[in-house]
Design a protein around this ligand. Structure first.
Ligand SMILES: [Mg+2]
Length: 217
């Protein structure tokens, strides 16, 4: 194990774009917006929101303006996300470095965790034995507060038996770096997802690597 991990006791990974190829999040958001438009929610209600947050904000608006439709809308929109995630997962394989990296970390007594906004079924479709290869797997449907809310990562750390001090966050997303920063973790950005070095650095990355394989070298 290289010196990069000398004072690290737990490594928390994002999933899509980090341990496996990225989801097409732009398309996913477009599909959710289509559902939302069908319920006549004004675009200003959700314009700057991420995917799940589009649904939360729009459901809140519907509760005020069309209460009978609010829960149906949320169900339909969440189902649309699930369908797309599971569809994508059926055609996705882990990066080749993922299993060796997790095994190497475990062999050197480092805890590992996966924290993702993807659903649990999609993660398990791509990585069936994730729960036995890692010390904690926390998907969107495993938690109430999803990242960038720090509680998502904190739940994984608790299950892994680690503290944020001495933990490392690895991800391709700006919000991975933001949540790592919020918890004073060491933040490692990877370029296998949707962001470049500048974006990850601005979001709080201590270091940016081409991919997770570089963690081993
Ligand atoms: Mg990601």
């Amino acid at each position: 194990m290289n010196s990069f991990f000398a004072d690290i006791n737990c490594v928390v990974f994002d999933f899509d774009g980090t341990l496996a190829p990225n989801l097409d999040l732009a398309n996913l958001r477009r599909e959710v917006v289509k559902v939302t438009q069908a319920y006549a929610v004004p675009p200003t209600i959700y314009q700057d929101q991420m995917i799940v947050e589009v649904i939360t904000a729009s459901r809140g608006w519907l509760k005020q303006h069309n209460p009978d439709a609010a829960d149906t809308y949320a169900q339909v929109a969440h189902q649309r996300i699930l369908d797309i995630e599971l569809d994508a997962a059926a055609n996705t394989e882990l990066f080749t470095a993922t299993r060796p990296l997790l095994a190497e970390l475990r062999a050197h007594n480092r805890k590992t965790a996966i924290v993702t906004r993807n659903c649990r079924a999609a993660v398990l479709q791509v990585f069936a034995d994730a729960a036995s290869c890692c010390d904690s797997v926390k998907a969107r449907d495993d938690v109430v507060h999803i990242k960038p809310d720090p509680r998502h990562v904190e739940m994984a750390l608790v299950e892994a038996g680690s503290a944020a001090a001495g933990a490392m966050m690895v991800g391709d997303g700006k919000l991975d770096m933001q949540v790592g920063r919020a918890l004073n973790m060491r933040c490692v950005g990877v370029l296998t997802g949707s962001n470049d070095t500048q974006a990850l650095t601005n979001a709080g990355a201590d270091v940016v690597l081409d991919n997770i394989a570089q963690l081993l070298s």
